[in-house]
Design a protein around this ligand. Structure first.
Ligand code: IFM
Length: 457
């Protein structure tokens, strides 16, 4: 099963999840440093230390990527390193990314930075966070200084990673930083994140003529549990509106979907939208990043409203599941959903190059006495999803690359270090890296640009 000529093979991480060194070289505090200190917020009371100590071990990590034959590395730039309180630039923090980019290019690996992977400087949260209209402008300042510093060598920029999580998990459900349970703030955050994307795209392009700018969304097929039950069908419409269309429609068509606007009217959604905002949001993209993990099967049959639900205005919907095998995150494994989300974008929106910017699975890995980490479940997950990605290409989607999530085990947000997504195992006590069986397999796929035969463990 061959992939198109030039298909890009990479792996991804994010700053707070791997870097550690949370006080090094003038880094400021982020909302995640703060959230980790809230009792019970993160499993095991884990924090951003030591993570995978990538800040100090990036050299070794770049060598590892080169050994695996990866062609691109998607990482994120920590805003609190570059503008610690959201204002003045901290050159020492920016220098880390300068070194990282140089090492990557020297190793023949394309840098793919993401500007916002959830680590808002805490001082900006104290001034209202993403619920405040000033934050997108501060984000554009951060984007400008980063693009000015790296734009001579970096071509592939991503503004935001999964704004759904930032807005709804962070401001409505309160299970991600900043831990707020305020649906009105969540819908304000949706618009301000999108505005921040639009403003950042503009300044990146101004800083670097060679820049190619995209955004990454976590898209889900949303399927009513019973397609003949009007309550389930309406729940699916609402969840699809909040998860997918509230981002896709303004990005591609410069407007919010009418039904979503109606559903969110009680939360003051459109009060945040000013003249010209949606033109900035809808400025043409060079590509769309799609993160895919699972599908949503939803039911709207009357049930109790869930306190701390991310589904603003649809707090009573439930997710019954379909009895499929689950990963260690409890997410059902449904590879065909990846084909479906890629084809949906292909079918419903103007033509655009697509990249799977994250896909992968957490499983409980063990280091065997011989030192090897055999992870056949993750290997199977990756293989089935690559087949699904290939099916989307065959059906016409302009899919140009795939990034495994994640390059290495890391801080899995509210789950702390308890969940392992890496294709490379990290021993957090010694910081020893061990490529898992899935990494060897993925390396071969990248080299062949085709799916290789699965070798039994
Ligand atoms: O670890 C996260 C990542 O930061 C964003 N996408 C989903 C991954 C798995 O939960």
């Amino acid at each position: 099963m061959r992939f198109p000529e030039g298909f890009l093979w990479g792996a991804a991480t994010a700053a707070f999840q791997v870097e550690g060194a949370t006080t090094a070289d003038g880094r400021g505090r982020s909302i995640w440093d703060e959230f980790c200190e809230v009792p019970g917020a993160v499993v095991g009371g884990h924090t951003g230390e030591p993570a995978a100590d990538h800040y100090r071990r990036f050299d070794e990590d770049v060598r590892l990527m080169a050994d695996l034959g990866l062609q691109a590395y998607r990482f994120s730039v920590a805003w609190p390193r570059v503008r610690p309180d959201g204002g003045l630039v901290n050159k020492a923090g920016l220098d880390f990314y300068d070194r990282l980019v140089d090492r990557l290019l020297a190793a023949g690996i394309e840098p793919w930075p993401t500007l916002y992977h959830w680590d808002l400087p805490q001082p900006l949260e104290e001034r209202g966070g993403w619920a405040a209209r000033a934050t997108p402008y501060r984000f554009a300042d951060f984007a400008a200084s980063t693009a000015e510093a790296l734009g001579d060598r970096v071509r592939h920029w991503t503004t935001l990673n999964e704004p759904w999580c930032s807005a709804f998990l962070g401001y409505a459900a309160g299970v991600h930083a900043p831990g707020r349970r305020d649906p009105r703030a969540a819908v304000a955050a949706v618009h301000h994140l999108l505005l921040g994307h639009g403003l950042a795209a503009e300044v990146i392009r101004a800083a670097s003529a060679r820049a190619e700018v995209g955004i990454t969304l976590n898209l889900y097929p949303v399927i009513p549990a019973d397609p003949d039950d009007p309550a389930d069908v309406d729940a699916a419409r609402r969840v699809d509106g909040l998860q997918n269309r509230i981002f896709l429609e303004p990005l591609f068509h410069g407007r919010y979907p009418d039904d979503v606007v109606e559903d969110l009217a009680p939360y003051g959604f459109t009060a945040h939208v000013r003249d010209g905002d949606l033109d900035a949001v809808a400025a043409p993209l060079d590509r769309l990043g799609v993160n895919y993990y699972a599908e949503h099967h939803v039911s709207g049959r009357p049930g109790p409203a869930v306190a701390g639900s991310p589904w603003v205005g649809a707090e009573h919907v439930t997710f019954p599941g379909r009895g499929l095998p689950r990963t260690d995150m409890g997410w059902e494994v449904e590879p065909s959903g990846l084909t479906e989300v890629l084809l949906r974008v292909h079918r419903d929106y103007p033509p655009i190059p697509l990249y799977v910017t994250e896909n992968g699975a957490a499983y409980r890995d063990a280091v065997a006495p011989d030192g090897a980490v055999r992870d056949p479940e993750r290997l199977g997950y990756l293989e089935s999803h690559l087949r699904a990605a290939h099916a989307a290409i065959e059906a016409g989607a302009d899919l140009r690359g795939y990034f495994a999530w994640s390059l290495m085990d890391n801080f899995e947000w509210a789950e702390g270090y308890a969940k392992r997504f890496g294709i490379v195992h990290v021993d957090y006590a010694t910081q020893v890296r061990t490529p898992k069986m899935s990494a060897m397999w993925y390396s071969q796929v990248a080299k062949d640009n085709a799916l290789a035969t699965v070798v039994a463990p």
